[in-house]
Write a protein that binds this ligand. Structure first.
Ligand code: ADP
Ligand code: MG
Length: 634
């Protein structure tokens, strides 16, 4: 044991303490993942060394055969991992293993529900990391030395995973990191070659550098060599460099967990090698569920970037558009230079063509998933549909393709499930129908009974029901699909085109003519509240309805803008009435102008309520209604 100097005891950062506590108490069902996490860190450390050595080859002095060794001691009840990667300086050790919580830790802690089962899956998503060592160990020691520093600048870190850790400066002959786990009682099973080999095979086979275990010794104890022979237990070639046919589904899934920190399997993946003008390999995954920070601006996203097998950076977000930010994976380029930086990535035209090719790949993969595994696609849509809806606005070139991937609730499906594609819709068009009809609103419950749907129900025409917050905004970008334009059924003067017969149209004109007098009286009664009054052709059961002007903002957009503190231009609705409704007939026959006024206002307010809007003067509405009720019962 070498001499320790500058020894001190430091407290973990509060967030780290909370995380540690949580981890130790909620990951008991899947303890073996500690090995995956520590091996993953060792592999990252080797990646970093390779990268830094591009500029400073001297960092590789003292061993350029990069590897990870895992050993164990049954008697001492320890498991030891050793890598010859980048290592850590004293400051780095203090920062990374104790005082700096991983980015997002605070967010993560905020998202905990207290429900142990849910929380433990959240921990999985978060990526458990180094502290997972404490799932099986009651004491963890780290010996490390930063590449490039002298042997006298080694670091010894030790902790029992409670409130604090010790740190000291020690001699360490080789660069890199050695981690010694002192197993808790009850966890001795991990001090076993067979067990370790299995866990490594299971979780870390894809790691692109050799992971070695001591070879089993079968001879007599007295002949046992002091230094064991080592044996590589994983495949040790970067998974994406292997031909597709040589990679099993399980291996693809494990690799996904390595790059994504997800616990669960991905829904789908796409592995491609591109040769020709550009040369690169990509392996892209669709996760099975949304991360907790999907909607946070600063949340990490992007692919792991390699250049000629050398790891360059995590979260390279230049390769995919924002609306595909949920995709995980790796891209390995042969064209980029090894000293590529984020700044260069943002300008390099090579990146643009890779981005558009990768975007197509993802959209193709989603198309395939939708076609071949509709149940899986449903799960995808639940998790990421809202994000994909940002697509048509962001990616003009792929608008039609993205539109084909969208799913909607519709009058042809019960329960408001978003399962109808535009392709489905178009395949069910009525004879003479050349438009795609939709209605937006606050909730499925509200839109499904909207009076705007009456004529469509009568004629048996399907209407898409859009109730997500961003739908109205989305529809302002989607103008056409398969050559059919979109029509908001609550907007403008609904023209059903050839869905109305010539006789229908003639009859409508005649009715409109005969009601000109009523239209004028209503205009006077409703005054400033309306932009226009007209006879409706879209109502069968309701007396009246409010339509939005062709160019006006809809309710959803108005509410979003208002909520964000913006001034929204006041727009007036169009009041349409159903000439055949008994209430309208009564109104038409009402000689008393006061009563006519009250009734008109009640009808107007009711139409606003049915559209999901709130009343400007609810008290006036109640008063008028009560007055009428009193008269009725008198
Ligand atoms: P993550 O790997 O997601 O960054 P971890 O908790 O697994 O989070 O590790 C925290 C940090 O500790 C790493 O980012 C790295 O800086 C450092 N670290 C952990 N293990 C090693 C290692 N074997 N060699 C060098 N640095 C390491
Ligand atoms: Mg890690």
């Amino acid at each position: 044991m070498s001499v320790e100097t500058q020894k001190e005891t430091l407290g973990f950062q509060t967030e780290v303490k909370q995380l540690l506590h949580l981890m130790i108490h909620s990951l008991y069902s899947n303890k073996e993942i500690f090995l995956r996490e520590l091996i993953s860190n060792a592999s990252d450390a080797v990646d970093k060394l390779r990268f830094e050595a591009l500029a400073k080859p001297e960092l590789l002095e003292g061993g350029s055969e990069l590897k990870i060794r895992v050993s164990f001691d049954k008697d001492a009840k320890t498991v030891t991992l050793e890598d010859n990667g980048i290592g850590m300086s004293r400051e780095e050790t203090i920062a990374h293993l104790g005082t700096i919580a991983k980015s997002g830790t605070a967010d993560f802690l905020k998202n905990l529900s207290g429900d142990q089962k849910k929380d433990s899956s959240l921990i999985g998503q978060f990526g458990v990391g180094f502290y997972s060592a404490f799932i099986v160990a009651d004491k963890v020691e780290v010996f490390t030395r930063r590449a490039g520093l002298s042997a006298g600048e080694g670091v010894h870190w030790a902790s029992k995973g409670e409130g604090d850790f010790e740190i000291a400066t020690v001699e360490k002959a080789e660069r890199g990191t050695r981690i010694v786990l002192h197993l808790k009682s009850g966890e001795e099973e991990f001090a076993d070659g067979w067990r370790l080999r299995n866990v490594i095979k299971k979780y870390s086979d894809h790691i692109g550098l050799p992971i070695e275990l001591p070879k089993e010794f079968h001879g007599e104890e007295k002949d046992k060599p002091a230094e064991p022979e080592w044996e590589v237990v994983n495949r040790a070639s970067a998974l994406w460099t292997r031909p597709r046919t040589e990679v099993t589904d399980e291996q693809y899934q494990e690799f996904y967990k390595h790059v994504s920190h997800d616990y669960d399997n991905p829904l789908s993946w796409s592995h491609n090698k591109v040769e020709g003008k550009l040369e690169y390999t990509s392996l892209l995954y669709v996760p099975g569920r949304a991360p907790f920070d999907l909607y946070q601006r600063e949340a990490p996203r992007g692919l792991k970037l390699y250049v000629q097998r050398v790891f360059i950076m995590d979260q390279a977000d230049e390769f995919l558009p924002l609306y595909l930010r949920f995709i995980k994976g790796v891209v390995d380029s042969n064209d980029l230079s090894l000293n590529v930086s984020r700044e260069i990535l943002q300008k390099d035209p090579v990146i643009d063509s890779m981005k558009s090719a990768l975007t197509k790949r993802v959209l193709d993969m989603l198309e395939k998933l939708a076609k071949n595994e509709p149940e899986q696609y449903k799960a995808f849509w639940k998790n990421f549909g809202q994000v994909l809806k940002e697509g048509p606005a962001e990616d003009f070139a792929n608008k039609e393709k993205i539109a084909g991937l969208l799913r909607f609730a519709s009058t042809a499906e019960g329960e408001g499930e978003q399962v109808v594609s535009l392709g489905d819709y178009v395949s069910r068009l009525k004879e003479g129908q050349d438009k795609i009809y939709f209605l937006t609103g606050e909730s499925y419950a509200q839109v499904k009974n909207s009076p705007h749907l009456e004529v469509f129900r009568k004629k048996g025409i399907e209407v898409l029901l859009l109730t997500d917050r961003i739908d109205e905004w989305l529809m302002s970008y989607l103008t056409e699909f398969d050559g059919k334009s979109f029509i908001d059924v609550a907007r403008g003067d609904l023209d059903l085109g050839s869905l109305d017969s010539e006789e229908d149209k003639k009859a409508q004109e005649e009715v409109a003519k005969s009601k000109e007098g009523l239209v004028e009286r209503l205009k006077t009664a409703l005054g400033e509240q309306v932009a226009e009054v007209r006879v409706s052709h879209r109502l069968t059961d309701s007396p009246a309805i409010l339509a939005i002007g062709e160019q006006d903002l809809g309710l959803q957009m108005r509410q979003i803008l208002e909520a964000s503190g913006q001034k929204v231009p006041d727009s007036k609705p169009i009041f349409e009435f159903n000439p055949n409704h008994p209430l309208i007939e009564k109104l038409d026959a009402e000689p008393d102008e006061d009563r006519f006024g009250d009734l008109s206002h009640i009808l107007f307010d009711q139409a606003a309520l049915a559209a999901g809007d709130s009343l400007k003067d609810p008290a006036a509405y109640v008063q008028r209604l009560n007055k009428l009720l009193v008269e009725l019962s008198a």
